[in-house]
Design a protein around this ligand. Sequence first.
Ligand SMILES: [Zn+2]
Length: 71
Amino acid sequence: MPIYEYRCGKCGSEFEQFRRIGDNDDDLKCPKCGKEKPERKLSATSPGGGSACGCGCGGGSKPSPPKMKIG
Ligand SMILES: [Zn+2]
């Protein structure tokens, strides 16, 4: 069972949670302030494996462009 790291976008506290692959984060809450749906960090163990780069990009061929909103 992989351990994921989460970061609360409200109070900034970081914590770890055991999550099964496929679980969504809807029921997660920040243990400090109780804010729902904390941000999942990508520094946790990768469930896929076989990635050569190990940078968390998923071993894809091309990196995804950053989502920026201009205007
Ligand atoms: Zn919080």
